[in-house]
Design a protein around this ligand. Structure first.
Ligand SMILES: Cc1ncc(COP(=O)(O)O)c(C=O)c1O
Length: 453
């Protein structure tokens, strides 16, 4: 190409680029530049080449996305049997309550009482949306002004940033509550002093501390908050008019911490208690709970999430704004049928927990034998592990290099540490529920070889 042609080509490309920019709003331009996750590019490459024992034995193990595939065959059978043996009711084709059809919410309330909250739940206090992401976005739309601050104890699920920020304009504040990885081992150490320090810092910046978001069991540490701890934090939040939301999306994905392979990792065998108990005891407009079927039921693609709250004005606003986020009526109907079968649910939850525990035990024993520290989890789909001894230096660059090296050498894609909001380098999240244990064992063996060197 001549230099004149090159210049003309360059000018034309620039013109087209700028026209494209002008064709959308400022919001749209921001959207075009905001990626959901930094690891998606490598992830989409990895899923093209996934491990199969016969067809692709050198294939990859993407263990970076929080998916639970351990019990899908069981749920799939149940959903297929419902579809085979029942007529689809006519109401599914029309509009229904924006918070979710009442019969669906009744079925959810009964499921929650029986299996999650162990307290009666009023279906009028539930609103559903298409997945936890939509629930998080809707909640921040209704509770917060743009520029308000939401506090997350670090490390915390990276995508909260986009969920609260993209549309609601709420800022994420990562609150460091520990210095050393080993301090995480005994569970969440968030104190009132930490909250006070954050409040002062946020107010000094002329902003409002509007939300405190906890995840229990936690993503990524798998730790759970005790009832007493939750009550203490809730009392502080109510006093300072801060909304406290506990995300229990992993509420039924619990590990048997008394399993002989891991029991020595735990000082006490904490049991999960739902925040619903605190909400009902303290009866405040500032307390809320999130839940979804994406993880405990391995149904992230079916898009069902919910918020439980006693705040009537919040629920009214939610109802008025939720139309773009509603769960498909057909999905509502299917899960209504699933939730009415408590025997199925009891068996499903038990099997899921047994499979999660088996995979967790297999993975952590390999880490232990290679002296890789990890946070002993009580639940979730994760192991939060410290690979810092493999770093050439304590820097982001060295962490990224190690993350890619593990992928290149073993085909295992871990969740990068960046975005979780903590300070240490070399910490990665392992999702052990993406493959059944027979396949996961191959990944465990590969990582073992890598670590042995
Ligand atoms: C803590 C937490 N909240 C929300 C989500 C998003 O869930 P959903 O797929 O239901 O939108 C995830 C997914 O990883 C999560 O870990």
């Amino acid at each position: 190409m001549s230099s004149y042609a090159r210049k003309t080509y360059y000018r034309e490309t620039q013109r087209q680029h700028s026209m494209q920019h002008q064709s959308i709003s400022q919001r749209g331009r921001k959207a075009a530049q905001t990626v959901l996750r930094s690891d998606f590019e490598v992830y989409f490459e990895a899923v093209q080449n996934i491990y199969h024992p016969v067809d692709n034995s050198e294939g990859t193990f993407p263990l970076n996305v929080a998916e639970n595939k351990l019990c899908w065959p069981i749920l799939k059978d149940k959903l297929q049997s419902i579809s085979r043996t029942n007529d689809i009711p006519d109401w599914v084709a029309g509009y229904t309550d924006a918070k979710g059809d009442f019969a669906f919410r009744q079925a959810i309330a009964s499921f929650m009482k029986q299996h999650l909250t162990h307290r009666p739940i009023d279906p009028e206090h539930i609103a559903t949306s298409a997945g936890a992401t939509a629930v998080i976005e809707m909640t921040t739309q209704i509770l917060c002004n743009s520029g308000d601050v939401a506090v997350f104890p670090a490390p915390s699920y990276p995508v909260y940033k986009q969920d609260i920020g993209n549309k609601s304009g709420v800022e994420r504040y990562d609150l460091t509550t520990y210095r050393d990885f080993m301090q995480l081992i005994n569970g969440p150490n968030l104190t009132i002093d930490h909250l006070e320090a954050a409040r002062k810092d946020i107010e000094q910046q002329g902003k409002r501390f509007r939300l405190l978001v906890l995840t229990s069991p936690d993503n990524p540490t798998g730790k759970i908050y005790s009832l007493q701890h939750l009550k203490e934090l809730a009392t502080y939040c109510i006093e300072h008019q801060i909304h406290l939301i506990v995300n229990e999306i992993y509420g039924l994905s619990l590990i048997d911490t008394r399993h002989p392979g891991i029991c020595k990792d735990y000082i006490d065998h904490q049991v999960f208690t739902s925040f619903a108990q605190v909400i009902q005891e303290l009866q405040s407009d500032y307390l809320h709970l999130w839940y979804a079927l994406s993880k405990d039921f391995g149904a992230s693609g079916l898009r069902v999430g919910l918020v439980y709250s006693l705040n009537k004005t919040f629920l009214k606003g939610y109802n008025n704004y939720n139309a773009p986020h509603m769960v498909s009526n057909h999905t509502q109907w299917l899960f209504q049928m699933v939730f009415e079968d408590h025997d199925f649910l009891t068996e499903y939850i038990k099997t899921n927990q047994a499979r999660l525990t088996a995979s967790y035990v297999a993975f952590t024993s390999m880490l232990k034998s290679n002296s890789i520290p990890y946070v002993p989890a009580s639940g979730s789909l994760f192991i939060w592990a410290d690979f810092s001894r493999l770093l050439s230096e304590s820097s982001q660059e060295a962490e990224d290099t190690l993350w890619l090296d593990v992928y290149k050498e073993t085909g295992i894609l871990l969740t990068p540490g960046q975005g979780f909001g903590h300070e240490g380098k070399g910490q990665f999240r392992i999702v052990y529920s993406c493959f059944p244990i027979e396949k996961l064992q191959v990944a465990i063996d590969r990582l073992d070889q890598y670590l042995v060197g």
